[in-house]
Design a binder for this molecule. Structure first.
Ligand SMILES: CC(C)(COP(=O)(O)OP(=O)(O)OC[C@H]1O[C@@H](n2cnc3c(N)ncnc32)[C@H](O)[C@@H]1OP(=O)(O)O)[C@@H](O)C(=O)NCCC(=O)NCCS
Length: 216
C-alpha cells in the first residue's frame, strides 16, 4: 500500500502550497539557512510563472496551536502585552521542487533555526515526496553540499542514495555537491518503508503536545 496523502492529516502542522503573500516570511528563513539566499523576484517567478515549480510552507495548523508551541521569547513578549506579530500562524519552514519530465528535483528545503531537530524538516520532506507522487514523478532527486551531513542524514533516512558529485557546484565557497536520488517511487518495498516512516513521524509529532511521562 503506498504512502497515503492523508498521512499529514490531523497533525498540529500543515504543509501547504506557498503563496506570494508568504514570500517575505520565507525569505527570512532563507537568509538564515543559506549563504546565497534567493531574491523576492526569484520566489515570485517560481510561484507565479514557473509551471514546473511547486513550493510548500509548513505552519502550525491553527493560531491556537501556534500559541501552544510558541517559543519562550514569543510567550514573554505576549505576556508583556506586545501585539501578536502575525495574524496567521507563522511559517516554520519551506521547501520546493521542480518537476522535470518524470523527475521531481527538490530545489530547496529549510526550517527556521529554532524549529530544527523536532521532526519538522522530515515532515516537509514527506510533504515534498507526497507532492512528487501526486505529480506522477518516478524519482525524487536533489543536490546537497558535501559538508551538509545533517541534511544528508535526513535524505539517507528516506533512502536517497548518492549517484553523482558535481565539482565546485556552489559558487560561494567552491564546495562540491552530491547528487542524491530516491529509489523508484513506484517500488513496492520503498512505498512500504515510506508508510513506516510516515507512521513513526506521525506518532512523534502527535506525541509532542503530551506531557513527557505520557510520551513513551
Ligand atoms: C536540513 C533541515 C531541513 C532538517 O530539518 P530538521 O527539522 O532539523 O530535521 P528533523 O528534526 O526533521 O530531523 C529529521 C532527520 O534528519 C537527520 N538530522 C536532523 N538533525 C540532525 C543532526 N543534528 N545531526 C544528524 N542528523 C540529523 C536525522 O536523520 C533526523 O531523523 P531522526 O530524528 O530520526 O534522527 C534543517 O536542518 C535545515 O533547515 N538546515 C538548513 C538548510 C539546509 O541545509 N537545507 C538542506 C539543503 S540541501
Amino acid at each position: 500500500m503506498p504512502l497515503s496523502p492523508n498521512v499529514l492529516d490531523d497533525l498540529p502542522y500543515t504543509v501547504e502550497p506557498m503563496s506570494v503573500a508568504d514570500i517575505d516570511e520565507v525569505m527570512l528563513i532563507d537568509r538564515q539557512a543559506f549563504s546565497t539566499p534567493w531574491s523576492h523576484n526569484a520566489y515570485h517567478y517560481e510561484i507565479e510563472r514557473n509551471d514546473a515549480a511547486h513550493y510548500m510552507v509548513l505552519r502550525p495548523r491553527s493560531l491556537d496551536a501556534a500559541r501552544r508551541i510558541e517559543t519562550g521569547w514569543e510567550r514573554v513578549r505576549r505576556w508583556l502585552g506586545a501585539p501578536a506579530n502575525h495574524d496567521h500562524a507563522p511559517i516554520l519552514g519551506y521547501g520546493g521542487l521542480w518537476l522535470m519530465y518524470d523527475e521531481a528535483h527538490i530545489s530547496t528545503i529549510a526550517m527556521r533555526p529554532d524549529w530544527r531537530g523536532r521532526g519538522l524538516g522530515e515532515l516537509l520532506l514527506v510533504g515534498l515526496l507526497l507532492k512528487s507522487m501526486a505529480l506522477n514523478a518516478q524519482v525524487v532527486t536533489l543536490e546537497v553540499r558535501v559538508g551538509n551531513t545533517r541534511a544528508q542524514q535526513l535524505y539517507r533516512k528516506y533512502e536517497f542514495e548518492i549517484v553523482g558529485r558535481r565539482r565546485k557546484y556552489y559558487t560561494d565557497n567552491g564546495e562540491d555537491a552530491l547528487l542524491m536520488t530516491t529509489p523508484s517511487l513506484h517500488d513496492e518495498g520503498y512505498q512500504e518503508h515510506l508508510v513506516e516512516l510516515g507512521e513513526s513521524l506521525r506518532e512523534r509529532l502527535l506525541g509532542e503536545g503530551q506531557p513527557a511521562e505520557q510520551r513513551a
